[in-house]
Ligand binder design. Structure first.
Ligand SMILES: *Cc1c(COP(=O)(O)O)cnc(C)c1O
Length: 338
Protein backbone atom coordinates (compact mmCIF):
# COMPACT_ATOMS: atom_id res chain seq x y z
CA UNK A 1 0.00 0.00 0.00
CA UNK A 2 1.20 3.51 -0.87
CA UNK A 3 -0.24 5.35 2.10
CA UNK A 4 -0.33 9.13 1.72
CA UNK A 5 -2.85 9.79 4.51
CA UNK A 6 -0.43 10.63 7.31
CA UNK A 7 3.07 10.20 8.70
CA UNK A 8 1.48 8.28 11.58
CA UNK A 9 1.33 5.19 9.35
CA UNK A 10 5.12 4.71 9.45
CA UNK A 11 6.25 1.19 10.33
CA UNK A 12 9.08 0.48 12.78
CA UNK A 13 12.16 -0.63 10.84
CA UNK A 14 14.12 -3.84 11.55
CA UNK A 15 16.77 -2.15 13.69
CA UNK A 16 14.13 -0.42 15.74
CA UNK A 17 12.26 -3.67 16.26
CA UNK A 18 15.48 -5.38 17.33
CA UNK A 19 16.12 -2.73 19.97
CA UNK A 20 12.53 -3.05 21.13
CA UNK A 21 12.74 -6.79 21.55
CA UNK A 22 16.03 -6.52 23.43
CA UNK A 23 15.00 -3.59 25.64
CA UNK A 24 15.54 -3.86 29.38
CA UNK A 25 12.20 -3.25 31.04
CA UNK A 26 10.70 -2.74 34.46
CA UNK A 27 7.52 -1.31 35.93
CA UNK A 28 7.52 2.34 34.92
CA UNK A 29 4.75 3.29 37.34
CA UNK A 30 7.28 2.39 40.06
CA UNK A 31 9.91 4.32 38.10
CA UNK A 32 11.71 1.01 37.52
CA UNK A 33 11.91 0.85 33.76
CA UNK A 34 15.52 1.58 32.77
CA UNK A 35 14.73 2.19 29.11
CA UNK A 36 11.94 4.66 29.87
CA UNK A 37 14.25 6.38 32.33
CA UNK A 38 16.96 6.53 29.70
CA UNK A 39 14.58 8.02 27.11
CA UNK A 40 13.34 10.62 29.59
CA UNK A 41 16.88 11.57 30.62
CA UNK A 42 18.17 11.63 27.06
CA UNK A 43 15.28 13.70 25.71
CA UNK A 44 15.40 16.19 28.59
CA UNK A 45 19.12 16.76 28.04
CA UNK A 46 19.09 16.95 24.25
CA UNK A 47 16.26 19.48 24.28
CA UNK A 48 17.62 21.57 27.14
CA UNK A 49 14.94 20.76 29.73
CA UNK A 50 15.29 19.52 33.30
CA UNK A 51 12.74 16.74 32.98
CA UNK A 52 10.74 14.69 30.53
CA UNK A 53 7.77 12.34 30.57
CA UNK A 54 7.08 9.53 28.12
CA UNK A 55 3.35 9.38 27.36
CA UNK A 56 0.93 7.48 25.19
CA UNK A 57 0.18 10.12 22.57
CA UNK A 58 0.57 13.71 21.48
CA UNK A 59 -2.97 14.40 22.58
CA UNK A 60 -2.16 13.19 26.09
CA UNK A 61 1.09 15.19 26.15
CA UNK A 62 -0.75 18.40 25.23
CA UNK A 63 -3.51 17.74 27.76
CA UNK A 64 -0.94 17.11 30.50
CA UNK A 65 0.88 20.34 29.63
CA UNK A 66 -2.32 22.38 29.69
CA UNK A 67 -3.53 20.80 32.95
CA UNK A 68 -0.13 21.10 34.61
CA UNK A 69 0.27 24.78 33.66
CA UNK A 70 -3.35 25.86 34.16
CA UNK A 71 -5.79 25.38 37.02
CA UNK A 72 -9.56 25.08 36.75
CA UNK A 73 -11.00 28.45 35.62
CA UNK A 74 -7.82 29.53 33.89
CA UNK A 75 -7.29 29.79 30.15
CA UNK A 76 -4.71 29.29 27.43
CA UNK A 77 -4.38 31.25 24.22
CA UNK A 78 -3.88 29.23 21.04
CA UNK A 79 -4.46 29.30 17.31
CA UNK A 80 -7.91 28.68 15.87
CA UNK A 81 -6.40 25.77 13.95
CA UNK A 82 -4.24 24.51 16.85
CA UNK A 83 -4.35 20.76 17.26
CA UNK A 84 -4.85 21.18 21.02
CA UNK A 85 -7.91 23.32 20.40
CA UNK A 86 -9.45 21.72 17.37
CA UNK A 87 -8.51 18.07 17.16
CA UNK A 88 -8.27 16.83 20.74
CA UNK A 89 -11.98 16.44 21.51
CA UNK A 90 -12.02 19.51 23.71
CA UNK A 91 -9.97 17.70 26.36
CA UNK A 92 -8.63 20.84 28.03
CA UNK A 93 -12.17 22.06 28.68
CA UNK A 94 -13.74 18.68 29.38
CA UNK A 95 -11.08 17.19 31.65
CA UNK A 96 -9.13 20.24 32.82
CA UNK A 97 -11.91 22.86 33.11
CA UNK A 98 -9.42 25.04 31.27
CA UNK A 99 -10.84 27.48 28.75
CA UNK A 100 -9.19 27.86 25.36
CA UNK A 101 -8.96 31.38 23.89
CA UNK A 102 -8.41 30.74 20.19
CA UNK A 103 -7.15 33.38 17.75
CA UNK A 104 -7.29 33.07 13.97
CA UNK A 105 -3.93 31.86 12.64
CA UNK A 106 -2.10 34.02 10.12
CA UNK A 107 -1.32 32.63 6.65
CA UNK A 108 2.16 31.59 7.84
CA UNK A 109 0.71 29.60 10.75
CA UNK A 110 1.74 32.07 13.43
CA UNK A 111 -0.64 33.87 15.78
CA UNK A 112 -0.37 37.65 15.59
CA UNK A 113 1.26 38.70 18.86
CA UNK A 114 -0.66 42.00 18.96
CA UNK A 115 -3.84 39.94 18.90
CA UNK A 116 -2.44 37.74 21.67
CA UNK A 117 -1.76 40.86 23.73
CA UNK A 118 -5.29 42.11 23.15
CA UNK A 119 -6.92 38.93 24.52
CA UNK A 120 -4.79 38.62 27.66
CA UNK A 121 -7.38 39.22 30.36
CA UNK A 122 -6.89 41.85 33.06
CA UNK A 123 -6.97 40.70 36.67
CA UNK A 124 -10.72 41.11 37.13
CA UNK A 125 -13.10 38.51 38.55
CA UNK A 126 -15.25 38.69 35.41
CA UNK A 127 -12.59 36.92 33.42
CA UNK A 128 -10.87 33.59 33.28
CA UNK A 129 -7.22 33.99 34.28
CA UNK A 130 -4.94 33.93 31.26
CA UNK A 131 -2.14 31.52 32.04
CA UNK A 132 -0.46 30.25 28.93
CA UNK A 133 0.20 30.74 25.23
CA UNK A 134 0.36 27.59 23.13
CA UNK A 135 2.09 27.58 19.75
CA UNK A 136 2.39 24.75 17.26
CA UNK A 137 5.43 24.00 15.08
CA UNK A 138 5.10 22.82 12.41
CA UNK A 139 1.50 23.90 11.98
CA UNK A 140 -0.25 22.63 8.86
CA UNK A 141 3.24 21.77 7.64
CA UNK A 142 4.42 25.35 8.08
CA UNK A 143 7.50 26.30 10.04
CA UNK A 144 7.44 29.15 12.58
CA UNK A 145 10.37 31.55 12.19
CA UNK A 146 12.95 31.62 15.00
CA UNK A 147 12.57 35.39 15.48
CA UNK A 148 8.82 34.90 15.88
CA UNK A 149 9.53 32.41 18.67
CA UNK A 150 11.76 34.89 20.48
CA UNK A 151 9.10 37.62 20.13
CA UNK A 152 6.52 35.23 21.59
CA UNK A 153 8.94 34.47 24.44
CA UNK A 154 9.40 38.18 25.15
CA UNK A 155 5.66 38.78 25.17
CA UNK A 156 4.85 35.89 27.48
CA UNK A 157 7.67 36.93 29.82
CA UNK A 158 6.32 40.45 29.97
CA UNK A 159 2.80 39.28 30.87
CA UNK A 160 3.83 36.42 33.14
CA UNK A 161 2.42 33.70 30.87
CA UNK A 162 3.79 30.22 30.30
CA UNK A 163 4.80 29.39 26.74
CA UNK A 164 4.01 25.89 25.47
CA UNK A 165 4.96 24.31 22.15
CA UNK A 166 2.92 21.59 20.54
CA UNK A 167 5.93 20.17 18.77
CA UNK A 168 4.33 17.03 17.37
CA UNK A 169 6.32 17.70 14.18
CA UNK A 170 8.99 20.00 15.64
CA UNK A 171 11.74 17.88 14.08
CA UNK A 172 10.33 18.65 10.65
CA UNK A 173 10.77 22.33 11.56
CA UNK A 174 14.29 21.71 12.82
CA UNK A 175 15.29 19.95 9.60
CA UNK A 176 13.57 22.52 7.36
CA UNK A 177 15.37 25.38 9.13
CA UNK A 178 18.61 23.40 9.39
CA UNK A 179 19.12 24.52 12.99
CA UNK A 180 19.83 22.82 16.28
CA UNK A 181 16.67 21.57 18.01
CA UNK A 182 17.57 23.76 21.01
CA UNK A 183 17.36 26.87 18.81
CA UNK A 184 13.64 26.10 18.84
CA UNK A 185 13.14 24.43 22.22
CA UNK A 186 14.98 27.07 24.29
CA UNK A 187 12.11 29.53 23.96
CA UNK A 188 9.55 27.32 25.69
CA UNK A 189 8.50 26.40 29.22
CA UNK A 190 7.22 23.09 27.91
CA UNK A 191 7.17 21.20 24.68
CA UNK A 192 5.69 18.03 23.26
CA UNK A 193 7.20 15.78 20.59
CA UNK A 194 5.45 12.97 18.70
CA UNK A 195 7.74 9.99 18.29
CA UNK A 196 5.09 8.16 16.28
CA UNK A 197 4.88 10.40 13.22
CA UNK A 198 7.77 11.12 10.85
CA UNK A 199 10.25 9.91 13.46
CA UNK A 200 8.86 6.44 12.93
CA UNK A 201 8.28 4.97 16.40
CA UNK A 202 5.11 2.89 16.71
CA UNK A 203 3.72 4.63 19.81
CA UNK A 204 4.46 7.50 22.13
CA UNK A 205 5.12 11.16 22.72
CA UNK A 206 7.25 13.20 25.08
CA UNK A 207 6.39 16.10 27.32
CA UNK A 208 9.39 18.22 28.32
CA UNK A 209 9.46 20.82 31.08
CA UNK A 210 10.91 21.67 34.46
CA UNK A 211 10.86 19.20 37.34
CA UNK A 212 7.82 20.74 39.00
CA UNK A 213 5.78 20.66 35.79
CA UNK A 214 6.74 17.07 34.99
CA UNK A 215 5.94 15.92 38.55
CA UNK A 216 2.52 17.45 38.21
CA UNK A 217 2.05 15.97 34.74
CA UNK A 218 3.06 12.52 36.04
CA UNK A 219 0.27 12.67 38.62
CA UNK A 220 -2.28 13.74 36.00
CA UNK A 221 -1.03 11.08 33.60
CA UNK A 222 -1.83 8.47 36.26
CA UNK A 223 -5.27 10.03 36.77
CA UNK A 224 -5.96 9.79 33.04
CA UNK A 225 -4.99 6.11 32.97
CA UNK A 226 -1.74 6.81 31.18
CA UNK A 227 0.64 5.12 33.60
CA UNK A 228 2.27 2.28 31.68
CA UNK A 229 4.17 -0.68 33.07
CA UNK A 230 6.91 -2.38 30.97
CA UNK A 231 6.88 0.58 28.61
CA UNK A 232 10.59 0.25 27.88
CA UNK A 233 9.72 -1.75 24.77
CA UNK A 234 8.11 1.42 23.41
CA UNK A 235 10.70 3.78 24.87
CA UNK A 236 13.44 1.82 23.05
CA UNK A 237 11.72 2.68 19.78
CA UNK A 238 11.55 6.32 20.83
CA UNK A 239 15.25 6.42 21.61
CA UNK A 240 16.05 4.85 18.26
CA UNK A 241 13.80 7.39 16.51
CA UNK A 242 15.47 10.42 18.14
CA UNK A 243 18.95 9.10 17.45
CA UNK A 244 18.52 7.80 13.91
CA UNK A 245 15.46 9.17 12.16
CA UNK A 246 15.82 12.92 12.32
CA UNK A 247 18.00 13.79 9.35
CA UNK A 248 16.09 11.54 6.99
CA UNK A 249 13.05 13.84 7.36
CA UNK A 250 14.74 15.99 4.69
CA UNK A 251 13.95 13.22 2.22
CA UNK A 252 10.24 13.46 3.13
CA UNK A 253 10.39 17.21 2.56
CA UNK A 254 12.00 16.77 -0.86
CA UNK A 255 9.41 14.16 -1.78
CA UNK A 256 6.60 16.45 -0.64
CA UNK A 257 7.91 19.25 -2.87
CA UNK A 258 8.11 16.80 -5.77
CA UNK A 259 4.58 15.53 -5.08
CA UNK A 260 3.18 19.06 -4.85
CA UNK A 261 4.66 19.87 -8.24
CA UNK A 262 3.46 16.67 -9.90
CA UNK A 263 -0.16 16.74 -8.65
CA UNK A 264 -0.64 19.80 -10.83
CA UNK A 265 -0.43 17.45 -13.82
CA UNK A 266 -3.81 16.03 -12.77
CA UNK A 267 -6.87 17.82 -14.18
CA UNK A 268 -8.62 19.89 -11.50
CA UNK A 269 -5.81 19.51 -8.93
CA UNK A 270 -3.93 22.64 -7.94
CA UNK A 271 -1.29 22.95 -5.24
CA UNK A 272 -0.13 26.42 -6.29
CA UNK A 273 -1.93 28.23 -3.46
CA UNK A 274 0.11 26.34 -0.86
CA UNK A 275 3.81 26.45 -0.30
CA UNK A 276 5.39 23.17 0.77
CA UNK A 277 7.79 23.70 3.66
CA UNK A 278 7.96 20.22 5.18
CA UNK A 279 6.19 16.90 4.59
CA UNK A 280 2.57 18.05 4.22
CA UNK A 281 1.13 18.83 0.80
CA UNK A 282 -2.13 20.75 0.52
CA UNK A 283 -4.06 21.27 -2.66
CA UNK A 284 -7.35 22.52 -4.02
CA UNK A 285 -9.46 20.09 -5.97
CA UNK A 286 -12.13 21.12 -8.44
CA UNK A 287 -15.53 20.69 -6.76
CA UNK A 288 -16.83 18.68 -9.71
CA UNK A 289 -14.44 15.83 -9.03
CA UNK A 290 -16.07 13.11 -6.94
CA UNK A 291 -13.30 12.62 -4.39
CA UNK A 292 -15.00 9.66 -2.72
CA UNK A 293 -15.04 7.83 -6.02
CA UNK A 294 -11.49 8.90 -6.86
CA UNK A 295 -10.09 7.80 -3.53
CA UNK A 296 -11.91 4.49 -3.78
CA UNK A 297 -10.47 3.87 -7.24
CA UNK A 298 -7.01 4.72 -5.91
CA UNK A 299 -7.49 2.45 -2.91
CA UNK A 300 -8.39 -0.44 -5.20
CA UNK A 301 -5.02 0.09 -6.86
CA UNK A 302 -3.03 0.17 -3.64
CA UNK A 303 -2.96 3.90 -2.95
CA UNK A 304 -4.49 5.22 0.23
CA UNK A 305 -5.51 8.88 0.43
CA UNK A 306 -7.96 10.81 2.58
CA UNK A 307 -10.62 12.38 0.38
CA UNK A 308 -11.45 16.03 0.94
CA UNK A 309 -9.50 16.68 4.11
CA UNK A 310 -8.93 20.47 4.19
CA UNK A 311 -9.29 20.63 0.42
CA UNK A 312 -6.87 17.76 0.22
CA UNK A 313 -3.84 16.81 2.24
CA UNK A 314 -1.15 14.35 1.23
CA UNK A 315 1.68 13.38 3.56
CA UNK A 316 5.13 11.99 2.84
CA UNK A 317 7.07 9.80 5.27
CA UNK A 318 9.61 6.99 5.42
CA UNK A 319 7.21 4.59 3.70
CA UNK A 320 6.94 6.81 0.61
CA UNK A 321 9.66 6.71 -2.01
CA UNK A 322 9.92 8.92 -5.07
CA UNK A 323 8.79 6.02 -7.27
CA UNK A 324 5.61 5.70 -5.17
CA UNK A 325 4.75 9.29 -6.03
CA UNK A 326 5.26 8.54 -9.71
CA UNK A 327 3.01 5.50 -9.34
CA UNK A 328 0.31 7.59 -7.70
CA UNK A 329 0.45 10.25 -10.42
CA UNK A 330 0.40 7.63 -13.19
CA UNK A 331 -2.61 5.81 -11.72
CA UNK A 332 -4.44 9.05 -11.08
CA UNK A 333 -3.80 10.20 -14.65
CA UNK A 334 -5.09 6.86 -15.90
CA UNK A 335 -8.22 7.31 -13.77
CA UNK A 336 -9.00 10.68 -15.31
CA UNK A 337 -8.24 9.39 -18.80
CA UNK A 338 -10.70 6.48 -18.49
C1 LIG B 1 -0.65 14.39 15.67
C2 LIG B 1 -0.63 15.65 16.44
C3 LIG B 1 -0.96 15.68 17.79
C4 LIG B 1 -1.53 14.48 18.52
O1 LIG B 1 -0.80 13.37 18.49
P1 LIG B 1 -1.48 11.94 18.73
O2 LIG B 1 -0.32 11.10 19.08
O3 LIG B 1 -2.13 11.59 17.42
O4 LIG B 1 -2.46 12.08 19.83
C5 LIG B 1 -0.86 16.87 18.46
N1 LIG B 1 -0.47 17.99 17.84
C6 LIG B 1 -0.16 18.02 16.53
C7 LIG B 1 0.28 19.29 15.91
C8 LIG B 1 -0.23 16.85 15.79
O5 LIG B 1 0.07 16.87 14.48
Amino acid sequence: MIDLRSDTVTQPCKDMRRLMSNAMVGDDVYGDDPTVNELERYSATTHGFDASLFVTSGTQANLLAIMAHCERGEEYICGQSAHNYRYEAGGAAVLGSVQPQPIENEADGSICLDKVRSVIKPNDFHFAKTKMLSLENTIGGKVLALDYLSSARALTKKYGLKLHLDGARVYNAKVALNVDIQDISKHFDSMTICLSKGLGAPVGSLLLGDVELIDKARRIRKMLGGGMRQAGILAAAGLYALKNNVERLAEDHDNAAYLAQRVNELPGFDSSAYQVQTNLVFLDVNQEIDMMQFSKAMFDQGINITPGYQGMRLVTHSGIKRADIDTFIDKAKQYFRD
